[in-house]
Design a protein around this ligand. Sequence first.
Ligand code: UDP
Length: 454
Amino acid sequence: MRNTHILIIPFPAQGHVIPAMELALNLATHDFKVTFVNTEFNHERVMKALSETDSVPELVQMVSLPDGLKPSDDRSDITKLWGSIFDVMPGELMALIERINGSESDKVSCVIADPTMAWALEVAEEMGIKKAAFSPAATALLALIFSIPSLVENGVLDSNGQPMRKESIQLSPTMPLIKTSDLFWNCMHDEVQRKLLFKFSIKIIEPTKLAERLICNSSSCLESGTFASYPDFLPIGPLLSSNRLGKSTGYFWREDSGCLAWLDQQPPHSVVYVAFGSFTVFDRNQFEELALGLELTNMPFLWVVRENIIEDLNNAYPTDFKERMDRRGCIVSWAPQQKVLSHPSIACFISHCGWNSTLEGISNGIPFLCWPYFGDQIFNQSYICDYWKIGLELNKDESGIIRREEIKNKLERVLGDEGFKGRVLDLQEQILNSVREGGSSHKNFDDFLSWIKD
Ligand code: UDP
């Protein structure tokens, strides 16, 4: 019998590709045929990283489509990338589906797209294919996007997304407040970009509503108020590589597993893990201050310093820092983060608060020190610090720098107060229960599988 064939289309950023790949692998283990559609640019990176780690994506077929930009174009310019994708990729996807359907024995039965790629749902609609959306970020943010038209209509936001009067927005009485300063489109540095990001956010609302199922990489224990107010949003997460057997794929960089052996040498609950996801970049002053802050803590640390995190990386460390920290610190360019966070030596996570990092920290019962940069990270910080109370915010001084003393003091506070650890362990238990047999995410995922098979 022919397997049901599913296409999965993530947004081309690392924090979207990883959970979408986790979803793909989960579906493949349930006997679906799964094709994962990266952009050509990311496909090359993923395949290169895979070849360097000697593993192959056995379960999922990897294909790619052009994103419309030149290889040399700057893809960290999100609005430029997004605009090009909207123009070019719908036609490319349609051609791909036609190619697959052209074969005797194969036919695409379902398209699952990231809401930011909701144009793919329009393609599926046009071609008469089942469609679902998969949200990889905090579900409250999807709720915020869906609420934009009414927020504008009620005069809370102006037509460019700028707050008209209130300091915070509450989408429903059971949901946490969203500070207007945390609206993710306002993270862009100039006004044109802010307007564009707001415009794109509006543009995905109607196509996303075409989805017959809207599944979210979240758990009802994390965002109970949101799921109560938006019953069509179905939590199926957290999707973590530890929830299933087998290797992961979808990473843009080769991971340096050597740090796991280094962690084995450290006492339990002694190491600070420091990582800022795939996008964040540092300026020289802040980079140096972080290095000196880690030195000041006197604790062992594992620090992920991506090659592109700062210009001229080789000259960015304080003088003799690496020599001084040779025994106490381990620096890698990309870590096997989920394995790191589950290591018994980890005590605290200094994080940029990306949603995946947030889920991964909670799933391993690790308290946070929050260092968000932009986009949804600032909102996720509010969840961590104000709502779940499992971490502390690192504050900048008047010159906009997080100082070394602030890092040391907050670390001592978070580790010195058992409340943070107690609350995160409690949340860990709930979140892991939700993906076990009988849990709410597990049940929603089972229902989703039945719907696809139907
Ligand atoms: N990650 C990793 N190794 C690293 C740093 C990050 O594997 O050294 C993974 C991390 O586990 C997470 C993803 O990259 O799954 C980053 O996603 P997140 O949403 O936290 O942040 P983003 O990169 O989107 O800002």
